[in-house]
Design a protein around this ligand. Structure first.
Ligand code: ATP
Ligand code: MG
Length: 422
């Protein structure tokens, strides 16, 4: 069932029981902009208990916040009771929410463009779309393409500092401006973002970099002086050459790639050279990345991908000095495609061109053929597993990669020969 149809059924159900229910927030915004909403949220005056009693297959996800998740026809729809508390600073988590009406609910949301409701069963006289219920001036701001805090910006950001980070996320995603008073309220409060849990900050940053304009989002984060508190470092004013080059003609890059690009831009403040980046990658970068792991609550997977990418840069830098086996190892590394993407974004055009030219025939030969001999073969030859055993396996694989051994017989003979010395 289409997500919209599922959401309409739920609205119908709630209304048949005498409740007020609307589409709310992001789905209304996206539909008005002509984008397909990625999911539907419903706001209602029914309490979570009433919602759960009316809708089978529902479960409370944030009962304290009045949110019930309803599964219908393969869709997840969040049904939230109109509430007067939205979000929380981690220091001041409300232990209960006060339920209210639609208007107060709208006015406690973050930005005007996120504060709209829609009635899917009535038509708007002008547009013929859903009737819009707008208590906050969201429609005008959608038309003017601005992200504006609802009400007094400083007050709203002080209620939940994370909203400061949500402003550039939505602005970059929609290619909107942040309304000047809203932006002006963020700068002096930016440092307080550090009070928000690292988990919430990390989720927001990941969502921001997953959007269509990650370099723009990061540029706004820097301009608003949120970069320091986000990364738990000092604020720096830097051009984003690497991030911009990375994203120039590619969209939806892996999170780890964008983080490494950002890290490099912050480190070099525009004074980039291939050599300096390689030096950084081989020295300070891993420790800095570990601090980012904490600051952004990075998953092990994202951290390890970024780390592996950085580790390949010094190897790529030595390309002309590498033997064939080492070159093939580099090309076969799982982090190589993203490391190469990064190299192309660095001032390393000449080196990368040579590397790509020389890599081509190796790639055609196959950079990671199955090994001709494995550990079992070595055991059959009477060797015992251990460090020397591991090294021998690597060496025979190198010999295979650079063509010194060409078949299984040759590889076994090579091992027998070497094993005498082990
Ligand atoms: P997305 O498509 O990225 O999910 P969204 O608008 O649905 O965009 P959510 O973070 O899912 O964004 O939040 C849903 C709605 O809840 C928002 O549109 C906004 O009205 C409200 N909201 C969410 N977080 C906050 C917050 N911290 N403070 C105030 N309102 C919020
Ligand atoms: Mg959402």
């Amino acid at each position: 069932m289409a997500a919209r149809d599922a959401a309409m059924l739920i609205v119908r159900e709630l209304r048949d029981a005498g409740h007020v229910a609307y589409f709310a927030g992001g789905c209304v915004r996206d539909a008005l902009l002509g984008h397909e909403p990625k999911d539907y949220d419903i706001a209602t005056d029914a309490t979570p208990e009433q919602v759960r009693a009316l809708l089978p297959r529902s479960r409370a996800v944030g009962e304290a916040f009045g949110v019930v998740l309803v599964r219908l026809g393969g869709n997840n729809v969040e049904v939230a009771t109109f509430r007067s508390e939205w979000g929380y600073t981690d220091k001041r988590r409300p232990d209960h929410v006060i339920f209210t009406d639609a208007e107060h609910d709208a006015k406690r949301r973050d930005f005007t463009i996120n504060g709209l409701f829609a009635d899917p069963f009535e038509r708007d006289a002008d547009t013929g779309g859903d009737r819009i219920i707008d208590y906050v001036g969201g429609r005008a701001d959608l038309a003017a393409r601005v992200v504006r805090a609802i009400g007094d910006p400083s007050e709203r950001f002080s209620e939940d500092y994370l909203r400061m980070l949500r402003a550039p996320r939505f602005a970059a995603r929609l290619n909107f401006d942040i309304e000047p008073r809203t932006a002006a309220a963020i700068r002096p409060l930016a440092k307080h973002l550090g009070q928000i849990s690292r988990e919430r900050i990390g989720m927001e940053v990941q969502a921001m970099l997953a959007g269509p304009r990650p370099a723009l989002a990061v540029r706004m984060v820097h301009a608003l002086r949120l970069d320091g508190p986000v990364l738990n470092e000092d604020h720096v004013d830097v051009p984003l050459h690497t991030l911009e080059a990375l994203t120039r003609d590619a969209s939806a890059l892996p999170y780890a790639t964008l983080l490494v690009g950002w890290l490099i831009d912050r480190q070099f403040a525009g004074e980039l050279s291939f050599e300096r980046v390689v030096n950084f990658a081989g020295h300070e970068a891993p420790a800095r990345l570990r601090r980012w792991r904490k600051a952004l609550c990075l998953s092990n997977q994202h951290h390890d991908q970024a780390k592996a990418m950085l580790a390949l840069l010094p190897v790529a830098y030595r390309w002309s000095a590498l033997d064939v086996a080492r070159r093939k190892r580099l090309l076969a590394a799982s982090a190589w495609p993203e490391a190469l993407r990064l190299l192309r974004a660095l001032p390393a055009a000449r080196e990368v061109a040579a590397l790509e030219r020389e890599a081509q025939p190796l790639i055609e030969e196959g950079v990671a053929p199955p090994p001709l001999v494995d550990g079992n073969d070595l055991i059959k030859l009477g060797l015992t597993p251990g460090p020397a055993f591991g090294r021998l396996l690597e060496e025979v694989y190198d010999a295979q990669l650079d063509g010194r051994v060409r078949d299984r017989e040759g590889a076994l003979a090579w091992v027998r020969e070497r094993a005498r010395g082990v």
